[in-house]
Structure formats: structure tokens, C-alpha cells
Design a protein around this ligand. Structure first.
Ligand SMILES: [Zn+2]
Ligand SMILES: [Zn+2]
Length: 262
């Protein structure tokens, strides 16, 4: 079995202190490739450096909406430069977070639109972080998201109706361990309607360990098997078949080799 953790933060503490151990446990569990996601200029640089050092690891470059306030024109130029490094497979995470509002909303909008332009220019797909901002995220994508290679809504926790609208535009939907949580029936309803060729699995670690290991901290890629098994059950599928299908989806989206070399 081969799974891909399509959204993790291996540059974050405490994972970054034990990357070799994290990778070893992950491979043993069947999660053999990783997309480590950049959240700031420095973090994107660290993600690309880390990916270079590890087989099966890829990086993305992005400035999280939380950090939008710090992103001036120079930062965006530098982000674009980092996006041309080897093993960079997407732009993001980017989007709108109107739950925390750590950056002012106009800054978040401006930086989100800038990311879409960089992704278009670099011909890379985009990882969207959208929290309490679904309608406006869709508006911006409708207005400024033309010509993108691909779009994924990561850590999706919207309704089935919202998932349907995402799918109608040809976008992808990615689920974290949140889908396993007791109170996440709405997210499960969304997961039920997402076809396997648009569905990806992620940890978003070090956060949000899935059930039944929710109390285990930090979350790490090895634990993604619980989310994958849960989703396979939701789809009434064997784990092997679910893993094969969603790994193919992720490989297509991020333009990775279709079979892992390990
Ligand atoms: Zn996010
Ligand atoms: Zn993330």
C-alpha cells in the first residue's frame, strides 16, 4: 500500500526535530510520500530545503493568510523565485481565514490574488486554505482563478452543498482527521459525495490527530492511515482500493510519478 500525505508541515516543531523518525514511522505505516506545505517566506524556503534532502518528499511555497500582513511586493517576488526550485509541486497554502483574522481582510484578499497569479505563471496547482470565508473564496477564484493547473480546498470542513460547488468547478477536495471526529457529520456528508478522482487525504500535521488516536500529539504522517481507513469505510471500499485510487488522484494533481520508487 502506498499513501501520500498531501498536506503536512514537516518544518514545524516538534516534527522538524525528528524528520528521520517521522519518515521511518510513516513509511512503515504505508504513507510513503509527503507534500510539506510552506506558510511563510522563511517556511517555504525551509520546506524546499527539506524536500531536497528526502526521497519522496515534495514542497510547496506560500504565505498563509495569517501572515498576509507581512507580505509586501518584495516578498511575493521572492516567493515566486522559491517556486522555481526543484521539487516544488504547488503554490500555497493561500486563501482566506476569517475565523482568526490574524491579518486584515484586505491584506488577505490581496495576497490570495497574488498567489493565484504566481501559480498561473509557474504553472503549478494551488492549495487553498479557507475558513469562515467560503463564499468570498469562491468569488475570488471565479474572478481571478482562470487558467490555473489545479485547485484543492485543503482541510475541507464545509457542507456537501459546498463540496458540490467546489467539484462543479473542477476543483479537488482534501480531508484531514477532522472527518473522523464525532461531531463532524457535516464533513462526512461532504466526503460521501466527493468522487475518488477528486479526493485527497492529508494530516495537516503537527495538528489534528485523527480518531482513534486523537489524543496523540503531535500528529504525524504515519497517523494518516486512520483517516484513510475511515474514509475507505465511508465509501464502502477496501483500504487497498481506496489507497490506490486516492494516491493516483494526488499524483495527478501534484504531477508526481504515478508509482513510488520505494
Ligand atoms: Zn490550512
Ligand atoms: Zn496547513
Amino acid at each position: 500500500m502506498e499513501l501520500i500525505d498531501t498536506h503536512c508541515h514537516l518544518t514545524f516543531e516538534p516534527l522538524v526535530g525528528d524528520v528521520a523518525g517521522v519518515i521511518e514511522r510513516s513509511r512503515a505505516a504505508g504513507v510513503t510520500r509527503w507534500v510539506t506545505v510552506g506558510t511563510s517566506l522563511e517556511d517555504s524556503r525551509a520546506a524546499t530545503n527539506l524536500a531536497r534532502q528526502h526521497e519522496g518528499m515534495y514542497a510547496t511555497v506560500g504565505i498563509h493568510p495569517h501572515d498576509a500582513k507581512s507580505a509586501d511586493a518584495g516578498a511575493l517576488e521572492e516567493l515566486k523565485r522559491l517556486g522555481r526550485r526543484e521539487k516544488v509541486v504547488a503554490v500555497g497554502e493561500t486563501g482566506l481565514d476569517f475565523h482568526y483574522n490574524f491579518s486584515k481582510q484586505p491584506d488577505q484578499r490581496r495576497i490570495f490574488v497574488a498567489h493565484l497569479g504566481i501559480a498561473r505563471e509557474l504553472r503549478l496547482p494551488v492549495i487553498i486554505h479557507s475558513r469562515n470565508a467560503f463564499e468570498e473564496t469562491m468569488e475570488i477564484l471565479d474572478r481571478d482563478g482562470g487558467g490555473l493547473k489545479g485547485v484543492v480546498f485543503h482541510c475541507f470542513s464545509g457542507s456537501a452543498e459546498e463540496a458540490k460547488r467546489v467539484l462543479e468547478r473542477g476543483y479537488y477536495v482534501s480531508f484531514t482527521g477532522v472527518v473522523t471526529f464525532k461531531n463532524a457529520e457535516k464533513t462526512r456528508e461532504a466526503a460521501r459525495i466527493v468522487p475518488l478522482d477528486r479526493l485527497m487525504v492529508e494530516t495537516d500535521c503537527p495538528y489534528m490527530s485523527p480518531e482513534p488516536v486523537r489524543s496523540q500529539k503531535p500528529n504525524e504522517p504515519a497517523l494518516m492511515v486512520h483517516t484513510a481507513r475511515f474514509l475507505a469505510g465511508l465509501k464502502g471500499m477496501e483500504m487497498e482500493d481506496f489507497a490506490r485510487a486516492t494516491t493516483q488522484t494526488a499524483a495527478t494533481f501534484f504531477n508526481l510519478p504515478h508509482a513510488a520508487t520505494v
